[in-house]
Write a protein that binds this ligand. Structure first.
Ligand code: SF4
Ligand code: SF4
Length: 730
């Protein structure tokens, strides 16, 4: 996995009164243990990938309590796990990325929401919304409302987050309904501390097993029971939830002396609101606000009486609700009208309808509101100056930098094994012409960006092949679809491959087999390699494809660009009908580097010989046409000024980040580019013979060439700085 929590998970053992320090996501796991959870599970995805990693690393601690951990095949599987709490008083916590994961999970969630639960059932969903998000911008709130699942959105500090998760189990049991705890990106990674409580041994667990199954038709979503379940949601569960919310003070009210105004905010935005009020002189950074604030740590259901009580006697209330549509603002408007409370409700009139409520956005919105409603005692001039101040600060930053920071689009990592596949597609298209490419979610989505610009659609995780089936029959050429190995196991095997074989579709599928769900921090898959060895995988994609009936199947090492081009051409032109699958296999470079770096450090520590490959470009040969860059896009392949008066275009240059994946050489060869690339092996702790040979080479080079020519002939600054290394041009 991307990050090890081996050390941090030890804090999950802390007991009553001890201080827990760490990251939000770790605190959530501790809260689950304190709540006496019996089972946990999830599917990785930002911003809760680390929660899945923490759960995996805490397996031993979980085992002590008999807690079962399930790394699920997808979010639907994780949501379905909560079925354990339908029949039995057993607590479970699952997690996934939202909103996309909630889409996948929604079948199970609908069933769960209909029949309800008797044990605490909690889903921690990472709300991947806003400027740091990697997915479609939608709110999870709609899912909560449609399935009658309660939604909590705690203030982003560790004490509140931990209390919220523990209370979520109680709320779930008190109202017989599942609960979602929504954590924004910043909340997942917030650092802080809280006073720990003892972990609780679950009443039912792997250590204390149930003996008798419960069979109750009311716990199955089948008519006519579904009609009764629907009534039960609103006659029993929702009133019970509202009672619990009020009795346990889940929503918080912070008083202030400006009683004729107030702010109602989603819990997750509380810190941002306080900062905004501080900027207009109405709060301090420790949270003391002159404007009364009602914090919705539970955003669904809303309690009308609580809202009416807060707004009674106020002239103006600002609702801070991120995203579209404004469910909360509309609800408050309706609740106040029904209660005949005349406070004017503001919200989307001063804050944007959509997009992340960053500090800048909320500061501008709050300042506008203060100016607009002019609460008694507020400095409206100061509020009016806020947007201008922020503009000035930004201007100063640009002034320091000299110019705005250029946009830096995301791309594949240096040496990524997926990049060569897209280089090969570009080369294939030179001969056969362009075709439609249905891309997929994963690192390969970057293929849609420069320099490849390949990928016409992206419809969802594992849906590359499925999304090609509508267009393929109407396209004048075979279409290509792309799917990762993560997407294959998530659903692509059935929605894509099985369906395609069943329907006798004729197209080309590339399965990117890099070994992990790399885009989420490389969590393991059923087909993950064992220490880089794919032959040692637990399950085989190739076997699965054969079993499903794929007749045309080829496996190609991704870095072998020539072979990949040849295989692609064959797949595109063969007379054989049906699905043609190319398994593009090579380990994720990020995962590989983390493994080989540790191995290398051990070798160096033991004084053993180590060889690192690097690629370089001979300045004397490079013409500066940069076709290598257009076919690769590796971040290590860059440009530098030309020192040649007759060739003034910048030269291509390989920087020190090169991991020696070999793509540069392969592309030059496959595209018949130019002979300017060379490979060098950097040898640490060389043998006596290598040292002697290196010495001779250096002497010959320095005797024949000027110092500048020596530098240009492959002895790069960073490499020469390593005294134990000997350069060996290969
Ligand atoms: S994480 Fe792995 S697969 Fe993804 S871009 Fe980086 S090297 Fe490529
Ligand atoms: S060999 Fe080329 S493509 Fe591979 S890491 Fe080095 S610069 Fe990047």
């Amino acid at each position: 996995m991307e990050r090890s929590f081996a050390k941090e998970v030890q804090s999950l053992k802390l007991g009553e009164g001890e201080t827990f320090e760490g990251e939000g996501i770790l605190a959530v796991t501790k809260a689950a243990l304190q709540a006496g959870v019996s089972y946990v599970g999830g599917y990785q995805g930002s911003p809760v990938s680390h929660l899945v990693d923490v759960l995996s690393e805490a397996k031993e601690i979980m085992d002590e309590y008999g807690v079962h951990l399930e790394i699920c095949a997808n979010e639907a599987g994780a949501a379905a796990m909560l079925g354990a709490s339908i029949n039995y008083p057993i607590r479970g916590l699952v997690t996934w990325k939202s909103v996309v994961g909630t889409n996948v999970a929604s079948d199970a969630l609908s069933n769960l929401g209909s029949v309800g639960v008797i044990g605490g059932a909690v889903a921690v969903i990472g709300e991947d919304y806003g400027e740091g998000a990697s997915i479609i911008q939608e709110r999870s709130h709609a899912f909560a409302m449609k399935s009658s699942i309660w939604l909590m959105d705690p203030r982003p500090n560790l004490t509140t987050m931990v209390d919220t998760v523990e209370k979520a189990f109680e709320l779930s049991e008190a109202s017989n309904a599942p609960v979602m705890v929504m954590l924004r990106i910043l909340a997942c990674h917030v650092q802080g501390r809280f006073t720990a409580r003892d972990n609780k041994m679950p009443k039912i667990s792997r250590r204390n097993k149930l003996q008798t199954p419960d069979h109750n038709l009311m716990r199955i979503a089948l008519p006519p029971n579904t009609y009764a379940q629907e009534k039960n949601k609103f006659e029993h569960r929702m009133p019970a939830a509202k009672r619990f919310i009020v009795e346990h003070g889940l929503n918080e009210t912070f008083d202030g002396d400006m009683e004729d105004v107030g702010i109602i905010t989603q819990g997750g935005l509380y810190n941002t609101v306080i900062r905004a009020l501080d900027r207009v002189g109405l709060a301090d950074l420790y949270g003391t606000s002159r404007v009364p604030i009602h914090v919705l740590n539970v955003t669904y259901p809303l309690v009308d009486e609580q809202l009416a009580e807060f707004c009674a006697g106020k002239k103006h209330v600002l609702v801070v609700e991120e995203g579209h549509p404004e469910y909360i603002e509309e609800h408050i408007n309706s609740a106040l009208r029904k209660a005949d409370i005349q406070a004017v409700v503001h919200g989307k009139n001063v804050l944007p309808m959509a997009g992340q409520y960053t500090a800048e956005v909320v500061q501008t919105g709050v300042a506008k509101w203060v100016e607009l409603v002019a609460p008694e005692g507020a400095d409206t001039d100061r509020a009016g100056a806020v947007p201008e101040e922020m503009f000035t600060i930004k201007g100063k930053a640009v002034g320091h930098l000299g110019s705005p920071v250029p946009p830096r689009p995301p791309t594949f990592c240096t040496g990524c094994p997926e990049r060569p596949v897209f280089s090969a597609i570009k080369l294939m298209e030179r001969e056969l012409g362009p075709t439609h490419i249905s891309c997929d979610i994963g690192c390969h989505t970057f293929s849609a960006l420069a320099p490849f610009n390949l990928g016409n659609t992206v419809l969802g995780y594992g849906l590359g092949l499925a999304s090609s089936t509508g267009i393929a029959p109407s396209f004048g050429k075979r279409v290509i679809s792309v799917m990762g190995d993560g997407g294959f196991w998530h659903n692509g095997m059935t929605t894509g491959v099985a369906s395609s074989i069943f329907n006798k579709d004729d197209s080309v599928l590339i399965v990117m087999k890099n070994g992990y769900t790399s885009a989420t921090g490389w969590q393991f898959l059923p087909s993950s390699p064992n220490k880089g060895n794919f032959e040692d995988s637990k399950m085989s994609i190739e076997r699965a494809l054969r079993t499903l009936g794929v007749k045309w199947q080829r496996k190609v090492r991704t870095y072998d660009v020539s072979k990949m081009v040849k295989t692609l051409k064959e797949a595109m032109t063969t007379a054989q009908a049906g699905l043609k699958v190319i398994i593009a296999e090579s380990e994720c470079m990020l995962a590989k580097q983390r493994r080989v770096k540790a191995e290398r450090a051990e070798r160096l520590k033991a004084g053993k010989r180590d060889v690192r490959p690097r690629f370089g470009i001979d300045d004397d040969v490079c013409t500066g046409d940069h076709s290598c860059i257009r076919l690769s896009g590796c971040p290590s392949l860059t440009i530098k000024p030309s020192t040649d008066m007759l060739r003034t275009d910048p030269k291509a240059h390989v920087n020190q980040g090169c991991v020696g994946c070999g793509l540069c050489g392969e592309v030059s060869h496959a595209a018949i580019l130019c002979p300017s690339f060379y490979k060098a092996d950097i040898v640490s702790n060389p043998s006596k013979f290598e040292l002697w040979l290196s010495g001779i080479r250096q002497k010959v080079i320095t005797a024949w060439l000027t110092p500048e020519a020596v530098r240009l002939n492959g002895v790069h600054e960073g490499e020469a700085a390593e005294p134990a290394d000997a350069q060996k041009a290969a």
